[in-house]
Design a binder for this molecule. Sequence first.
Ligand SMILES: *[C@@H]1O[C@H](CO)[C@@H](O)[C@H](O)[C@H]1NC(C)=O
Length: 336
Amino acid sequence: MRSIALLGVTTLALGLALAASPKEEGKKKEEKPRADIATDDNLDLPNYDLSLDSYGEIIDPSLYEELYDYNDLAPKIEVGTLAPPTKRLEGVGSTRAMPTEAPRRPPPTSPTTKPFGPGLLGSITKQGLPTCLVCVCLSTSVYCDDAELEQIPPLPLETTYLYARFNRISCIRASDFARLKKLKRIDLTSNFISWVDEDSFRLLSTLQELILAENRLTALPALPSSIVRLDARLNRIQSSGVRPEAFRELKKLQFLHLSDNKLDYIPVPLPEGLRSLHLQNNNIRTMHKDTFCESQDHGHVRWALEDIRLDRNPINLSLFPDAYFCLPRLPIGHFY
Ligand SMILES: *[C@@H]1O[C@H](CO)[C@@H](O)[C@H](O)[C@H]1NC(C)=O
């Protein structure tokens, strides 16, 4: 934890130093095309500014002051000697609480949520550190990986990308993301999530990527129509946990990765824009001849769907000879 907090402060200092140096400015511009290539797992999506090169350009010290009021902490922080406070920051009413923060964030609505205290400086973990010290906040990206979190911490309202991988989060509350209107990506890989409130993600109208791999889900949460990529690999999702026609209205969905679950059926209908369907290592035994292609319409071509994985399922794909005519490629799986 100490090293994460340190990294945060060091990275912030580095970012500011880079932004201030005119020499580095030129260098950054030269490197920019490379940054565009390296951004996004070849996802080919617009506006993903996740490369380190672009951080320097968007870090604005005044933005930090506005979003995260460090006044209370600044005197105590010395890069290289930072130690986390040993006492929890006190909640509302304490002299250490930030009174100016209080109106910005109402108290948590869920009775099961721990009282976080006012705003971003409220104590949130056993370590008693504010969110942006437990996590690393870089511009609008918040990195909370491997931070021993048991729930989603209160996040800055500007948060666009959230990484909270390798924690112990077991449940997602509707209130966790409710006020975050700029979220594009949530990555909760490798937690203990077994419960998601019905409206936790459905109302996030800017969310493009939801990554819930390596959790304990038995059902799929409802998704917003903006979703491009859903990754819920390595869970315990059953077909009974996928609502009928769950994906029909998700017109932007391109990547649906549900491998290593307990599905009995291929979820239908599949949206026309789908590019990648991973269902390997489930319990799929059969399918309908209209699962991929409209059997009545031999002119139907699903140009986009090039990547179907059905291997490691007990299905004999040879039994459905008319099911693949519209696909640019046969599914990967057993044609016994
Ligand atoms: C799979 O289906 C094909 C086509 O009906 C059949 O010839 C083959 O024996 C089946 N394989 C198995 C292992 O059932």
